[in-house]
Design a protein around this ligand. Structure first.
Ligand code: PMP
Length: 402
């Protein structure tokens, strides 16, 4: 049953909250003829994040963990405070038994776990379960670890995470069937970067049992929706600061350190990306003040408005899970990502056409891993600065191409 009034009311309720937040993004307000719809690739930055970086660079810029003079001490303190800030943001229920490591993004965090931590966990004949239809960043590091171990004579079996064909969600019952005494590690993704599905990862712990470490790729959830370690019994959370309103090249990994060996980054680590870390702390403050729960409701409602509009246009096929503002639809199971194809126009041509109208979207295979889509598509991904008017304008342009 469709109830267009329901979604419109949801967005209307949040309008007064969203308008002043959008006004805090200079790149958005300074380019009113353009519409940025590629936040899953990277997000725009609010003024508060830009200010925090400027203040840091013009007051106490120094290296961290090295000098003993006041600017160096201040920088070291900023880095340490940001570790605590990240634990707080993630609702870490046991901060005495967790650690935070700074990375350049999700890919770097997942590779560090795969290459610096996983080999010490695994013995000959062990099995790991990893996703073959999510982002490439959450597959290739695990395969690299398998090859690394094979060169040392340790054979690891890599099993494919099962998916439900109908929804694109994981299949916890099938997963439970894969788990055996040799299952040593499971990798999952919180929100799918192409299909936009919230992968219901809270059900994964039950399926795999209490002992097996779980690694969560939270690239599309941190900064977009509440992510709470109290609710998700996982052992690693990896995310990209740059997708969560912080500077490009920033990211972090949270490690619980109670299942398996403690995570310690391999090798000597050079100077940290202090401006990235400062920007990350400012971004998390901004997100907390704005409210990730409301950001989620806003972006999900916008995505559902787009999906409902596309469903009336025969020329388009939506990939993966279906958003809807219909009153009986579980919109909270979705994220602010919608991916679609035109049945007659190639994705890159469609991207060019859309940009000629000012819309910036992603058009290609979206770095999906080996079991992903074989044909490229158009992805629209939303954040707090997007508006219902932008979606309506996009739908009006798409309708002319039918
Ligand atoms: N995982 C997912 C689910 C992603 O969407 C992305 C980025 N598109 C990544 C990993 C990789 O993130 P980064 O490029 O910041 O390393």
């Amino acid at each position: 049953m469709t109830d267009p009034g329901h979604g419109a009311a949801l967005l209307e309720d949040l309008c007064a909250w969203q308008r002043p937040l959008r006004a805090q993004f200079p790149i958005i307000t300074g380019n009113s003829e353009l519409v940025y719809l590629d936040s899953a690739a990277t997000s725009q930055k609010p003024q508060a994040v830009l200010d925090a970086v400027q203040t840091y660079l013009t007051t106490t810029n120094a290296n961290a963990g090295r000098g003993t003079y006041p600017w160096a001490n201040a920088t070291t303190a900023l880095v340490e405070r940001t570790r605590d800030r990240i634990k707080g943001f993630l609702g870490d229920p046991d901060t005495a038994h967790s650690g935070v490591h700074f990375t350049s993004g999700t890919t770097a965090g997942l590779r560090a776990i795969a290459l610096d931590w996983l080999p010490a966990l695994l013995s000959d004949g062990d099995e790991i379960v990893v996703p073959f239809a999510d982002h490439q960043a959450n597959l290739s590091p695990w395969l690299e670890a398998q090859q690394l171990l094979a060169r040392q004579g340790v054979r690891i079996r890599v099993r494919e995470m099962p998916y439900q064909a109908s929804s694109g969600d994981y299949d916890p019952a099938a997963l439970a069937g894969l788990i055996g005494p040799r299952t040593a590690f499971v990798a999952v993704t919180h929100v799918h970067h192409v299909y936009g599905g919230n992968m219901n990862v809270h059900r994964i712990r039950q399926a795999v049992g209490p002992q097996v470490p779980i690694c969560l790729d939270a690239a599309q959830s941190v900064g977009h929706l509440p992510v709470s370690m109290a609710d998700l019994d996982v052992d690693f959370v990896v995310f990209s600061g740059h997708k969560a309103l912080a500077l490009p090249g920033s990211g972090a990994m949270w490690a619980r350190q109670t299942r398996g060996p403690e995570f310690t980054p391999g090798g000597w680590h050079g100077s940290p990306d202090t401006t990235g870390i400062v920007s990350l702390a400012a971004a998390l403050d901004w997100l907390d003040a704005a409210g990730t729960e409301r950001i989620e409701r806003w972006t999900v409602a916008l995505a559902a408005r787009l999906s409902d509009g596309l469903r009336h246009l025969d020329a388009y096929e939506i990939l993966g899970c279906q958003h809807s503002l219909a009153s009986d639809a579980l919109v909270q199971q979705r994220s602010g990502i919608v991916t679609f194809r035109h049945r007659g126009i190639g994705a890159s041509d469609l991207g060019f056409i859309l940009f000629s109208h000012g819309f910036m979207v992603r058009t290609d295979g979206h770095c999906q891993a080996s079991a992903g889509e074989k044909t490229s598509s158009v992805r629209v991904s939303l954040h707090v600065y997007n508006t219902p008017e932008e979606i309506d304008r996009l739908l009006a342009v798409l309708a002319t191409l039918g």
